[in-house]
Design a protein around this ligand. Structure first.
Ligand SMILES: Cc1cc2nc3c(=O)[nH]c(=O)nc-3n(C[C@H](O)[C@H](O)[C@H](O)COP(=O)(O)OP(=O)(O)OC[C@H]3O[C@@H](n4cnc5c(N)ncnc54)[C@H](O)[C@@H]3O)c2cc1C
Length: 643
């Protein structure tokens, strides 16, 4: 079905092999790369006319578009046009060829049976009517498929004066980036290196002091290398992380990242988030084509459905406007601007309470630590050579009051008894010191409204529970996808076309992002205590499964670390845990009660993972290649517009 298509330029093809760039042969940090599983789809490099879309392949039946909700209008129209054209060619060919026989038939009227003549005449008339009817029908179907994006596209074209650059865009800036946190500052540096003129507007340029984004998974570190930003974790006393220690009811086990095939430098990194961000901001601002300005963006400037820039307030209260063909909104988890660019469905399953422990040794040096506590997990990891971050999960949206001492009581009486012995005293000292911080743990599946002239990135676009520390890895991975997608587009002014290409971004990012998101949501539920016996069994089974070693621990931890973000592998391991749990229940002697708990365990596992997968999008997650946008890429030459 997809034989003809390779609309992606080579660099995008490799990237868009959804399972990813870590194994890039050009990546010096990867030793002994396994042969990349590049689909035959991507092998052939085609010219820009084939870039048009896989949909223009005449081998795709029109019906295969019926389930595609958006953005297919142009491509469907192309198919329709191709078919209509070939049909009209067929018709004219048949009418030409039929002319002599018709004439001869006419001449032969006196000698030929009139029945033959009228039959022939009626067939010709019928064929003609059929053709007219089908043509009309296709036109109707095609117009029905017009989506919001295509309407916007039409508006964009008309407001751009048929492709001319509106004067408003001639501001000397190619891209405005709102927010210089993890995503914004990495993006500014990345796109500036590609030659774009970047204007970054950040609310507060002083070093952030937060309890978020302190552990970068090895998959994220690989992305940092791909973006040329790996030196941003140097000189900030960042710690190397090699895996996790798991603790449950007095038992402990260690699971290591499968890093054997990588350069020795590749590992996780943990640090003070603010130090890391400042390093990235400095690096971005050092480029001549980056303007980093302090200001708070108050709104997006929109005209005829196209975002043309932003309005912002500087520190001294002055209102300004900035214009660019593309605005990328990276204003973080509390984003005020995301509402017009996506349909946010934010959930807050819990909050993290943050403390810093000093003068203590972690049970497993250079590892993250997860305590499967009651009611929910506790995390420990080093953030400098002398400090350990502790994050205590508190289910729900409310936490005990810090001001009236309820929080200190909760931490001392409920949490401290579950903390590993080595950390107990340092934990109590940290509570007494009083520097207790809280942060809501938000989760929000990506649900974009493709809008010409604007794009969301980072937490403003997509969030997951921070238990697995996947947020920065997803943000950096998205930046790599976007960089490669924009690379061949020299002119960003055609907002309608740009918007269509950017739709590919939403699909290409999906396998990596949705694997990390789904694992975070599922693991949080499995690791939390529950009164339900089936859930308790699942939790126990998960701990034991990870303690088995070999593929049973490296498989899940490779998913978690972003080293092998494959959705199918995630589902297999998840249900392997469930089946392992059932096996533990039924061996050596099954009883009716144990059978019943086993059945409920499977049901409970399904009830955990399937809603998350549904929210992520089954098709985008498991079959991204069946989505037309997956194959859409900008023309290699900007002047060759193939839209
Ligand atoms: C408790 C917690 C712990 C976490 N731990 C980890 C972890 O260990 N590892 C991990 O990978 N991820 C972790 N995450 C997730 C991670 O922090 C985020 O995924 C990451 O910070 C997202 O980066 P961002 O650039 O989108 O947002 P941010 O880093 O929050 O940056 C947003 C920026 O936008 C600026 N801004 C906001 N509004 C405006 C405006 N109107 N105008 C101008 N500027 C504006 C802000 O000042 C800020 O600098 C954690 C999250 C939480 C909640």
């Amino acid at each position: 079905m997809f034989k003809q298509a390779n609309p992606l330029p080579h660099h995008v093809s490799l990237l868009s092999s959804p399972y990813q760039t870590h194994y890039s042969a050009s990546n010096p940090f990867f030793i002994n790369p396994p042969s990349p599983k590049v689909s035959p789809l991507f092998r052939k490099k085609t010219n820009s006319s084939s870039n048009q879309s896989i949909c223009s392949s005449s081998t795709i039946p029109t019906s295969s578009f019926s389930s595609i909700p958006t953005t297919t209008t142009t491509t469907t129209t192309t198919t329709t046009e191709v078919e209509a054209q070939s049909e009209s060619e067929e018709l004219s060919a048949s009418s030409t060829s039929s002319t002599p026989s018709f004439c001869s038939a006419f001449k032969m009227v006196p000698v030929v049976d009139p029945f033959v003549f009228w039959t022939f005449f009626a067939s010709l008339l019928g064929f003609l009517l059929l053709f007219i009817f089908r043509f009309q029908n296709k036109k109707n179907v095609s117009s029905e498929r017009k989506t919001k994006m295509n309407l916007l596209e039409d508006q964009a074209k008309s407001s751009a004066g048929g492709g001319e650059i509106p004067t408003v865009f001639n501001s000397g800036t190619d891209i405005i980036i709102v927010g210089a946190g993890v995503a914004g500052s990495a993006l500014a540096h990345t796109l500036a290196k590609e030659g774009r003129r970047i204007h970054v507007i950040e609310r507060d340029l002083t070093e952030p002091d937060r309890i978020v984004g302190e552990l970068l998974q090895p998959g994220g570190y690989l992305k940092l290398i791909e973006l040329g930003l790996e030196d941003c974790v140097e000189k900030i006393d960042a710690q190397r992380i090699f895996g996790y220690g798991l603790f449950k009811d007095g038992r402990r086990t260690r699971v290591s990242y499968p890093l054997e095939r990588f350069h020795t430098d590749v590992a996780g990194r943990s640090f003070h988030n603010g130090r890391f961000i400042q390093r990235m901001r400095e690096k971005a601002a050092s480029l001549p084509n980056v303007k980093l300005e302090q200001g708070t963006v108050t709104s997006l400037l929109e005209e005829n459905g196209i975002i043309k820039g932003v309005q912002y307030k500087t520190k001294n209260g002055q209102e300004h406007e900035a214009y660019a063909p593309l605005t990328i909104v990276c204003d973080g988890c509390f984003s005020n601007l995301r509402r017009s660019l996506c349909e946010p469905k934010v959930e807050v399953p819990s909050c993290f309470v943050g403390l810093i422990l000093e003068n203590c040794q972690l049970p497993f040096a250079n590892h993250g630590h997860v305590v499967l506590a009651d009611p929910s997990p506790i995390l420990f990891y080093p953030i400098s050579s002398t400090e350990v971050r502790c994050l205590v999960d508190v289910p729900g949206q409310k936490v005990p009051s810090i001001a009236n001492g309820a929080m200190a009581n909760y931490l001392k009486n409920t949490v401290a008894p579950q903390v590993p012995a080595e950390l107990h005293d340092a934990f109590l000292s940290a509570i007494d010191k009083g520097n207790i911080r809280t942060m809501p743990n938000r989760s929000m599946p990506a649900n974009p409204l493709p809008t010409p002239g604007a794009l969301l990135m980072g937490d403003a676009f997509n969030m997951r529970h921070p238990l697995t520390g996947g947020g920065m890895t997803v943000a950096l991975s998205d930046i790599v996808v976007l960089r490669d997608l924009l690379k061949p587009l020299h002119d960003l002014n055609d907002s309608a076309s740009l918007c269509k290409y950017l739709e590919s971004f939403y699909t290409l990012r999906k396998p990596v992002a949705s694997t990390i998101n789904t694992l975070a949501g599922a693991l949080y539920k499995v690791f939390s205590a529950s009164p339900d016996e089936a859930r308790q069994e699942m939790r126990e089974a998960c701990f034991d499964y990870l303690s088995l070693g070999g593929i049973f621990s490296t498989g899940p931890v490779a998913l978690l670390s972003g080293l092998n973000p494959r959705p199918l592998s995630l589902v297999l391991h998840f249900f392997a845990v469930a089946v392992y749990g059932v096996g533990r229940l039924l061996l050596p002697f099954p009883s009716p009660k144990r059978l019943w708990i086993g059945a409920r365990l499977i049901l409970s596992a399904s009830g955990i993972i399937f809603p998350i997968i549904k929210a992520e999008g089954v098709r985008q997650m498991f079959f991204p290649v069946t989505i037309p946008a997956f194959h859409r890429a900008p023309p290699l030459d900007a002047d060759t517009k193939t839209m």
